[in-house]
Write a protein that binds this ligand. Sequence first.
Ligand SMILES: *Cc1c(COP(=O)(O)O)cnc(C)c1O
Length: 390
Amino acid sequence: MSNDTPLHGVRGGAPNPPVERVTTRLMARAEDLYRAEGSATYGRHGHAVHDELRAAFTALEGGADTRLTPSGLSAVTLAVMTACKAGDHILVTDSIYGPSRRLLFKTMQRFGVEAEAYDPRIGADIATLFRDNTTAVFLESPGSLTLEVQDVPAIVAAAQSRGVATLFDNTWSGGVVFKPLSHGVDYAVHAATKYPSGGSDVFMGAVVARTPEQAEMLAAATRELGFATSPDDAYLVLRGMRTLNVRMRAHDASARTLAHWLAQRPEVARLIHPAFASHPDHALWLRDFLDLDGGPPAAGETPGAGGLFSVVLRPTSQERVYAFLNALSVFGLGFSYGGFESLAIPCDAQLTRVATPEPLEGPLVRFAVGLEPVEALIADLEQALAHLAD
Ligand SMILES: *Cc1c(COP(=O)(O)O)cnc(C)c1O
């Protein structure tokens, strides 16, 4: 009798890789020191647990290879440093995550890269912004806070026809319900800190390259910049990724229930959730997003989403918005998402627009829906909303 599952006989039957704490790799002979490659020579290049986590991201995104970084923001850094050099012009969606905006418009500018913001809803008209020295377009869809869905196929087609690289921050979808590389995007970026980890206890980033040539450029940039991640952290994220799909299912279901409930409330001027017909880009979401198994939705089914959405409140004072948020007790007040715990933040302080001054009719609040019972979340919102009343 034999059990021929792929894991049987590997690592003594252990389903998970060992966590090795290794910097130095001792060699038996001096001749070997310069012969071996990568992880065989020095711990910075990673161990079995890093290799397995990289493989998990490569499979999730359907790419050629993945490199890990110590945070999501450093994954953005790595992708940009891989694709851009001094003298280049990079187009950046105006809906980008705030810290990524600072990287692109401040630090990269010091290195001679000129960033220009574009309207996230620009679509094929991105072509009108290309210059002779445009080498990359940075996308993030849905956008941070305001959740615009970008016309990825149109933007990628325009970029490819000019030999311009495309970089995509895919954190919102967890890599499950949207697959940028399948649309021809060159580099998918993840804040693995969020859904892949799921535990609100570890920072990690990943960049997945579409082709072997890009993977080689990505590997060289990783090596030269010196990004290394702890084996314990890599282990935690790999552990999280085993349950990514079931968690996304739960986040999505609860978020839709809450979004539907909030949309009916008199305190709410507008719901911003791409899975609802009221979202201006709902048709793009229906066209391009996938189900919660990462496949095309079955006939009559709609795509999956995640746990993150926003609402615009009816105009009210800052004090009342704070009173509402401070009255929440199941929702925590804090940045980030993708963990087990629900979070809420007021967004107005970090809304920065250059290309598209977004006229919001009231205060913007973002919710990250966790894994608590949805009834408890609704009850929490209901009692807290009373603090918005005049
Ligand atoms: C959180 C986040 C990041 C940065 O991830 P960190 O791990 O916090 O550095 C990047 N992009 C998006 C869209 C994010 O939400």
